[in-house]
Design a protein around this ligand. Structure first.
Ligand code: PRP
Length: 178
């Protein structure tokens, strides 16, 4: 049984079925792009773990998984782009084809920092795959090679995304009431 729909939810944006369908399509794109190679999926904790699990099961090339945890710093409630790595990768990525797996790219500040940091470790290739892309909030341009959904400027939860650490386990993606 799935968790009951919390009263804070305004409406469901993407159902469980729609999410599964888009992830399968994006996994097919990824498999095509990296055919004949081995992939390293790097997931950024915590939001991306649900997407990572679903995506990885659908990708057809051999792959390894590693995790990063980060803390982002804000000033007067605004993101600064200053990021600290709280848990680093377990293994080097030199010479590897790396796909950074995110639940959401918003201002782009986190993705830009992570791309710069990981690029310095000498991977063979480096690209981003995100479940959600909220381009209307971009502050810096980042290349997003693979995306499942573009979303409007609303606060969303579910499928890994939280509100004060809650609702990550909702099997759908929903808009919160203002
Ligand atoms: C989310 C997401 C990205 C970041 C994107 O993480 O996973 O890392 O925000 O935002 P940006 O494009 O504005 O930099 P969050 O800080 O919510 O952490 P969580 O995954 O643990 O929920």
């Amino acid at each position: 049984m799935s968790p009951a729909q919390p009263p804070e939810i305004e409406r469901i944006l993407f159902t469980e079925g729609e999410i599964a369908q888009r992830i399968a399509a994006v996994a097919a794109e990824v498999s095509e792009r990296y055919r004949g190679r081995q992939l390293k999926l790097i997931a950024v904790l915590k939001g991306s773990v649900f997407f990572l699990a679903a995506l990885a099961q659908r990708i057809e090339v051999p792959l390894k998984i590693d995790f990063l945890a980060i803390s982002s710093f804000a000033s007067s409630g605004k993101p600064t782009g200053v990021v600290r790595i709280a848990k680093d990768l377990d293994e080097p990525i030199e010479g590897e084809d790396v796909l950074l797996v995110e639940d959401i790219v918003d201002t782009g500040l986190t993705a830009r920092y992570l791309l710069q940091t990981l690029a310095g470790r000498g991977p063979n290739s480096l690209a981003i795959c995100t479940l959600l892309d909220r381009t209307c909030r971009r502050l810096v341009q980042v290349p997003v090679e693979f995306r499942c959904f573009e979303i409007p400027d609303r606060f969303v939860v579910g499928f890994g995304l939280d509100y004060r650490q809650l609702y990550r386990n909702l099997p759908y993606i929903a808009v919160m009431r203002p």
